[in-house]
Design a binder for this molecule. Sequence first.
Ligand code: PMP
Length: 461
Amino acid sequence: MEEMDRNSLFHPLTSIAAHQQGGPKIMAGAKGVRLRDHAGREMLDCSGGLWCVNIGYGRPEIAEAASKAILDLNYWHLFGSSSHEASIRLADRVLNLMHEHADARHLRRVFFGTSGSDANDTNYKLVRYYANLRGTPEKRKIISRKGGYHGLTAAAATLTGIESYHTAWSLPSTDVVHAECPHLYRFGLDGESEAAYCDRLIADLEAIIEREGPDTVGAFIAEPIMGTGGVLIPPAGYFERVQAVLDKHDILMIADEVITGFGRTGQWFGTGLFGLKPDMVTLAKGITSAYFPVSASVISERVWKVLEAASPEHGPVMHGFTYSGHPVGAAIAMANLDIIENEGMVGNAAEVGPYLLEGLKARLGDHPHVGEIRGRGLMIGVEFMADRAKRKPFAAAQNAHRLVAAHAVEHGLMVRALPYLEVISFSPPLCITKADCDEAVDRFARALETSTPELRRLAAG
Ligand code: PMP
């Protein structure tokens, strides 16, 4: 298998040279929160795959729903007013779930895709479509943020604010501008208060809008809590103030809830966590817990009204995919949402998440190379530092946190080393128990102990 992999697979997000040398890490099976690789080694999965396996692995209810959907109607599309029950019910359910948050009651329609990236491409295009229909075609730039991750298709990759995804690809980076990354611990000035830091971020946003010209800025996109950027929780009041700036300049807010959606933060949506008033919401991952690729763009009343009013003159909306609203994916999403609801998984994330966070802090908080440990619900980040006291980071090229994540796997714990800052993320399935968390903390502490001499050497060098 290893040989066949080397000779046939082009792996995403993988160094070709390292792969040829090290070979693949082949996963063979999984159940609940436990993974098993092809050598039979068991691991506790605190990554949730790529932040996506919210209900845990191997649920027979999903297999039954998929099997039934395949036998009933394995495919039909939504083009030209075609429809089917599974997508109708899922769209209605997503809206109802979002409407539970008082600030999201203006969301009106759901457009389906198959990945977070294509949903953000849809949003990117909708910003332009909306501007064109309103007769302000130049109001189409999108402000994203450094450290933000919004996917890797061509448009989504330009929204992503992490340089390593741009270099070498010569992407057409037109009409996207990146604002400052909101992370006080790393980017705050010496002794700067949270409030002063927030003032500075808002001033930066206002300066960008002024510099670009408010008539050219159509939207602002943000993850409520940045995931890939390093589990970055914005300073208090940040989103309220961002929203006020956007409202002043008639700029749309796009909330990228690909990670924060469907319970990960201990609330159904990050929109509810921070009182966002988004005009578009990007959903993926947790909508099916990765049992099938489904994504969605949820559109607000004000955007929908413009599209609707222009429709008689403009004809069909010339955007959509073969698999927009795939009936098997929609049936799986419904079964997944049943499990999240019936088993109280959002509540579990709200209760067990802080337990895991406190466990990590108690056990690792004093380690000389562990900086900040932070999180909301079951979205937690551990940031590593060359010198904790001086808040001096490791050089990016040292990959200090990657060696800790590699040792964690050897100790039977799957966690992820993120690509922007030296952060390891914990985003386990939402069904994880407190006993599993104790085990995770223990395994991670042992991995850190194994890594410490190497970390010390890197810090010195
Ligand atoms: N947005 C966010 C916030 C994400 O975390 C991701 C994936 N990690 C994406 C978009 C892109 O999703 P996909 O990989 O499904 O295209």
